[in-house]
Every structure is written in C-alpha cells, then in structure tokens.
Design a protein around this ligand. Structure first.
Ligand code: ADP
Length: 192
C-alpha cells in the first residue's frame, strides 16, 4: 500500500497543517517553497524540479531577487519571486543549512528558514504555502531531526501569529520522509 495522495492533517491556531506525499511543483497552494542555495542559482532536487516547471521567466526572477539582496540569500533567510509559468502566486526561496554534524548552528538555521518563509507569506497576504523537506536532500540534514525542527518552527510561528495563512502543507517526495513527518506532526501545537 502506498500513502501517495493521502492527506493527514492537524489544526494549529486556526491553520490547517497538512502532510502529504507528492511533488512540490504540482501543488495548488498560493506559494511553494524552494529549497534553494544562497546563490539563488538553479540546483538539483527541489530546485531543479521547480526551475524546470517554472521555465525561463524564473531565471530572470532569480537574477532580480539576487540583485535586490545584494548578491546572495543568506542561510536561514527567505525571498519571494513570481511563479514563472506555474499556476500559483509566488515561489518563496529559502537557503537551508548544509548539515555539518549538528554543532554549527544547523538547527537554528533550519528553524529560521521555515519561520522566514512563513513571514514572507504573511507579509504578502498569502493564504496557503507548501514546503518540501528543506535541507534533507543534498544538504544532508538527518530527516528525523529536520522533521522535528520543521513542525516546531511552523507551530511556533502560527501560534504567535497565523496572519493571512489558512493552510501550511508539507509535501514529501518519498515514503520514508513522509512517515517521519507524520510522526512529527503528532507533536504540532500539542495535538495528536
Ligand atoms: P536540499 O538541497 O535543501 O537538501 P533537496 O532538493 O536536495 O534540498 O532535497 C530536499 C528534499 O526534497 C529531499 O527529501 C528530496 O527527496 C525532496 N524532493 C526532491 N524533489 C522533490 C519534488 N519535486 N517535490 C518534493 N520534494 C522533492
């Protein structure tokens, strides 16, 4: 049996938190999050998939965002661009930390990535946002630890202020990552 397509959810301060298996480029949320790099240049994994789906307009958007930021997107921060040819409102790019054993501020940086994406979404009045599992691919962050950080960071930000948000969706590519996020979801906002 596969969990593909099934959605699991919890509520947090009036916001629906959904966890599902799938492809981030196929989401119908107002915004999707890109697991970007600090250079904002097209990469592999999530970034490659989003770039392919969004098309060349996104290359121009990346350039513009990089200029606006003075050359780079610092780790743990987020910036939004237009969606290229994707039928959504915005792409929110964040540079998650590269795992280096856990003693180099990785946890704080990953927390910051999730928080800053939500802040950008709220500042732009967006109602829904879909996250991939930031940093757990090429950047090597262990999935169990990353899932805990992700749900805690989202829960804390929504409890503080949900703003315009009505749904936060975690979109996990593979079944193992899905299972780990589902377990972590039980901790969000103290709900089971
Ligand atoms: P990072 O460089 O931040 O580690 P990656 O893009 O390498 O980011 O991977 C982050 C996670 O996203 C991994 O679990 C990877 O399997 C998953 N992933 C890859 N492609 C997609 C996609 N199209 N949609 C959703 N998740 C994806």
């Amino acid at each position: 049996m596969t969990s593909q397509g099934m959605i699991h959810e919890a509520m947090c301060n009036g916001v629906r938190i959904a966890v599902t298996q799938g492809d981030i480029t196929l989401q119908d949320t107002d915004a999707i999050v890109n697991a970007a790099n600090s250079a904002l240049r097209p990469g592999a994994g999530v970034d490659g998939a989003i770039q392919r789906a969004a098309g060349s307009e996104l290359l121009r958007e990346r350039e513009e965002a990089r200029r606006r930021l003075g050359g780079m997107l610092p780790t743990g921060e987020a910036v939004s661009t237009g969606p290229g040819q994707l039928q959504i409102k915005r792409i929110i790019h964040t540079a998650g930390p590269v795992w280096d054993g856990g003693g180099s501020g990785e946890r704080e940086a990953l927390t910051s990535s999730y928080r800053e994406c939500l802040r950008v979404a709220k500042a732009e009045g967006l109602k829904s946002i879909a996250f991939p599992s930031v940093s757990t691919g090429i950047y090597g962050y262990p999935v169990e630890a990353a899932a805990q950080v992700a749900v805690e960071a989202v829960g804390a930000e929504l409890e503080a202020d949900p703003g315009s948000l009505r749904e936060v969706r975690f979109v996990l590519f593979d079944e193992r990552t899905l299972g780990v996020f589902l377990a972590a979801l039980n901790d969000i906002c103290g709900e089971t």
